[in-house]
Design a protein around this ligand. Structure first.
Ligand code: ATP
Ligand code: MG
Length: 244
């Protein structure tokens, strides 16, 4: 089953043409990594498929439904099947970790137990800490716990492990893999860690200046003569001073 299908996607910010004809497809159960230099257009791409950013040209289908043609109600239904790490708003500030989890559990009408989530994500030591008093890595961890609460069919993560220490990174990936294997959920993420692409992703899409330079399975890319995904990246992505 196709979860996301993107054809000839174009997006500009004013006169800056950022996405220049992206074709992309995610099947159910795949973990897909989106890679490319700073400014390549990765976050913009994720925001378009999360339906939080508009686009100028092309077609985006989620769960077989074209988002341009979807009514307000249909869009709402689509969004309910997607979870993403969102930027925490002011709203988070005034709440403790466990309060946030209870609140989002009610919002998503989730049957995931808050205590289970606290145990799985090792949140116990900070359950009574106000969200805005947490360190960056901890904020990320709590945001992820919230994303998993919704039991999404599609999980979109923009650099989920940036700034996390090795234990947290390991824990996060084991949670993503568990979610993927247990529920068959699809994951689309960006990362600058080629090690994570190699270890955890089924497929990788390399974006260069808003175009798809390569979209293939990690196994096939490695078999085409690279010692590692890091090696692949270094040989295929030019290093220029001006990144965007
Ligand atoms: N809201 C915006 N308004 C104007 N330009 C933007 C906006 N958001 C992003 N851009 C520009 O679009 C280009 C692509 O940005 P984007 O954030 O998608 O890149 P990225 O691949 O996610 O980079 P990074 O690896 O640094 O996260 C960049 O040149 C950026 O400056
Ligand atoms: Mg980005």
């Amino acid at each position: 089953m196709t979860i996301v299908q993107v054809q000839n996607l174009h997006k500009s910010y004013g006169s800056h043409h950022v996405l220049r004809g992206i074709d992309f497809k995610a099947n159910a159960g795949e973990i897909i990594g989106v890679i490319g230099k700073n400014g390549a257009g990765k976050s913009t791409f994720l925001e378009v498929i999360m339906t939080v950013k508009s686009f100028d040209e092309g077609d985006v289908q989620l769960f077989g439904q074209s988002i341009q043609e979807a009514s307000g109600l249909q869009l709402k239904a689509l969004r309910q099947r997607i979870s993403a790490i969102l930027q925490p708003t002011q709203f988070y500030k005034s709440l403790k970790v466990e309060e946030l989890l209870h609140l989002f559990r009610a919002y998503y009408q989730s049957d995931v137990k808050v205590e289970q989530l606290i145990a799985d994500f090792s949140l116990a030591s900070h359950r009574k800490t106000y969200f805005d008093k947490l360190s960056g890595g901890w904020k990320q961890k709590v945001s992820l716990a919230i994303a998993f609460l919704a039991k999404p069919k599609l999980l979109i993560l923009d650099e989920p492990t940036t700034g996390l220490d090795p234990h947290m990174r390991q824990m996060l990936w084991s949670y993503i893999q568990h979610y993927n294997q247990k529920t068959g959920g699809t994951v689309i993420l960006t990362t600058h860690s080629m090690d994570e692409i190699e270890r955890f992703c089924d497929k990788v899409m390399l974006i260069e200046k808003g175009r798809v330079k390569q979209f293939d399975t990690v196994v096939r890319l490695l078999a085409s003569g690279y010692a590692s995904m890091n090696d692949y990246y270094l040989q295929n992505v030019p290093h220029e001073e001006d990144a965007s």
